[in-house]
Design a protein around this ligand. Structure first.
Ligand code: ATP
Length: 635
């Protein structure tokens, strides 16, 4: 941070608002300001201290300029050596004191800003965690991260920079003006008229330069576009085949010539700017010397050389603050826009939350019932229509259907990642919307297609499901999930890092680790979303081996794509366009000649044909298939 009262503080980004910023300027209302200040109020004591420090350091900052007058009058002109030394030492001490206070002020300022952003980040993170799956699927992840990071960081800069800038510059100006008036009112008035005049040309020059820079940027983009298009392999081919060389050259030449003019104008605008700046900054002092001289020599015999020097020095200290204060508006609008964007997120309602009368369910039997469930993501397109089925405790159901028929959507409704549009979903006999969310989710375990492992060790990923799991429990779960052999082969065993910073796992290995994770969670209901992606047959078989006994031992829902998984379930639901169109056993459905038969012919049978025995289908499954009167050869 610059010294107090120095060249003016403040500034985030460019000095002028972009067109986009101008268009999306927030409406600065009293309510918005009150809300912004509500984040400052817990720190009012520290803020008050900062204001005090800024005031003292601004006054101290001006002191050397004021003391210069006495150094000249008393020390130099008065030929008083002891006064000269005393004043010089005083001036140095004041400068040192002012810098020291500046350090304390920066510390306190940063402390406040950091604490305010800490509060905001924490509040935002908590809020985002409560947001529904819908929020995360409809909002761009980049946008969410930007609000968490840059926007909140912007808020920090308004405190450390904009607010301090307003305060210190205003105080410097006021103190300088008072000091000038105390010396001589005529000269002070001249100075106060000159300072704002100085800012007019600099602002104009700055604006012109900014406009030219923007235009130059656009032209440069245009030139790059032309080059990219016409100098690429396919672009050149097109130009050649259509004989457009001359036309393309003309287009390029036009933009190129414009660029030359703009570059010259930009450079010259900068040059004019410096010239105007120099002239104006020297007009002020010269005018003061002239008028001061006339006053001193002709009218006011009390005015000293020292006084005039002080007035000129103070005038010099006013340009910076005036300029900064005039530019503050841009920072202010930007900061308010950031606050508005942050508040927009805070104001998004939490879609899925505990009902006031939510019941706790310390244990559950895992049974599920869908009663006439309708669901739509956007309120427009119905994804599930009148879906009803019952899954009794201890039994399993396989959901099959074409891609996009709504299978994943159905299971998302059980742990309330989304809420039904109409009808209801019951878990353990209670409407899921009436169950305590944390309880509900603790009873449902999902092995999804897109397995997500955190960046960390295998152990840490497993402990995510059960913090106090013992080594034995973890090994047991890994064995059951058919992943222990793999873990044992790793040098560091369970402590092997996975994810970005460690071992890259295959889709099958990840899914088996996530099966082990769900096993540790030991949920009443297990949901298994089978991977459609091409896993190799060994991986498939290993997952199959892991999942089959699990299905037998607990209430489960399987989104199945492979015959062997389907055969492991007690009942099959066939979903098409969001409706259950068929249900029953494999044997019954395959004979029915409907959607299931179609799926069986086009998809499931692939698991059988050409897989050379490593198809992941259990022996029982094959026995069943071949024993039934469906002839696999026919498919
Ligand atoms: P697959 O077998 O390919 O995984 P699926 O049967 O599981 O498909 P769903 O994922 O349930 O199908 O999707 C059903 C329909 O809902 C699809 O048309 C899909 O485009 C739409 N859909 C899925 N998720 C969302 C979402 N978050 N927002 C809007 N539409 C969605």
């Amino acid at each position: 941070m610059a010294g107090p009262g120095g060249g003016g503080r403040g500034g985030m980004g460019g000095r002028y608002l972009t067109e986009e910023e101008k268009k999306s300027q927030p409406k600065i209302t009293g309510a918005l300001l009150r809300r912004v200040f509500s984040y400052l109020t817990p720190y009012w004591k520290q803020l008050l201290l900062v204001v005090l420090l800024i005031a003292v350091s601004s006054v101290f900052g001006l002191m050397p300029s004021i003391l210069t007058g006495r150094i000249i009058d008393e020390g130099l002109i008065g030929r008083n050596m002891s006064a000269l030394i005393r004043l010089i030492l005083l001036s140095l001490a004041v400068t040192f004191g002012s810098s020291l206070i500046g350090v304390a002020e920066t510390y306190l300022n940063t402390w406040i800003a950091e604490h305010i952003t800490y509060d905001m980040r924490g509040k935002m993170y908590r809020h985002l965690q409560q947001m529904s799956q819908r929020f995360f699927t409809t909002n761009n992840q980049g946008d969410i991260i930007t609000r968490m990071t840059s926007d909140i960081a912007g808020v920090q800069s308004i405190i450390t920079s904009t607010l301090t800038s307003i305060l210190s510059n205003s105080i410097t100006l006021i103190v300088a003006m008072i000091a000038m008036y105390r010396k001589n009112w005529v000269l002070a008035t001249i100075g106060i008229i000159i300072v704002p005049l100085f800012t007019i040309p600099t602002r104009r020059a700055g604006k012109t330069r900014w406009d030219i820079t923007r235009e130059a940027q656009e032209t440069s983009d245009e030139i790059n576009g032309i080059l990219n298009e016409t100098l690429s392999v396919s672009g050149q081919l097109l130009v050649k085949l259509f004989g457009k060389e001359e036309r393309e050259y003309q287009k390029y030449d036009g933009a190129n010539a414009r660029m030359v003019k703009l570059n010259i104008r930009e450079r010259m605008a900068g040059r004019w700017f410096i010239m105007i700046l120099h002239t104006f900054t020297s007009i002020g002092p010269m005018l003061l010397y002239l008028v001061g001289g006339i006053l001193m020599m002709k009218y006011d015999s009390n005015l000293t050389v020292g006084d005039i020097t002080v007035l000129v020095a103070l005038l010099g200290r006013m340009y910076g603050p005036v300029n900064s204060l005039l530019n503050i508006q841009v920072d202010w609008i930007r900061s308010m826009a950031m606050f508005t964007r942050i508040f927009e997120y805070f104001d998004m309602p939490v879609e899925i939350q505990n009902a006031p009368d939510a019941v706790r369910m310390p244990s559950a039997d895992g049974s599920v019932e869908f009663r006439n469930v309708d669901f739509s993501y956007d309120g427009d397109r119905q994804i599930l229509k009148d879906v009803s089925f019952t899954l009794e405790s201890g039994r399993s159901v396989a959901i099959v259907g074409p891609s996009g028929s709504g299978k994943s959507t159905m299971i998302n409704l059980i742990p309330r990642l989304y809420d039904v549009g109409a009808g209801c979903v019951l878990f353990g006999g209670t409407d899921v919307r009436k169950i305590d969310l944390a309880d509900l989710r603790s009873h449902v375990g999902i092995v999804s297609q897109e397995t997500y492992l955190f960046n960390g060790t295998i152990r840490e990923n497993l402990l995510y499901a059960k913090e106090d799991a013992t080594e034995e429990e973890m090994i047991e779960a890994c064995k059951k999930a058919n992943i222990y052999d793999f873990i044992e082969r790793q040098e560091t065993g369970l402590d092997t890092m996975v994810g970005n910073r460690g071992l890259k796992l295959s889709g099958g290995e990840k899914q088996r680790i996530s099966i082990a994770r769900v096993l540790l969670k030991d949920p009443a209901l297990l949901i298994f979303d089978e991977a459609t992606s091409a896993l190799d047959s060994i991986s498939k078989a290993k997952i199959q081996e892991a999942i089959e006994p699990l299905i037998q031992s607990r209430t489960s829902i399987l989104i199945a794509h492979r015959l062997s998984t389907i055969l492991a379930a007690d009942e099959i639901l066939v979903l098409k366009d969001g409706q259950i169109v068929e249900r029953g056993t494999h044997e019954k459905l395959v004979r029915a000649g409907g959607t299931y038969t179609e799926l069986y012919e086009t998809q499931f049978s692939k698991a059988l044909v050409g897989s050379g025995g490593d198809d992941g289908i259990s022996e029982e499954g094959k026995a069943f298939l071949f024993a039934s009167d469906t002839d696999p050869e026919a498919y």
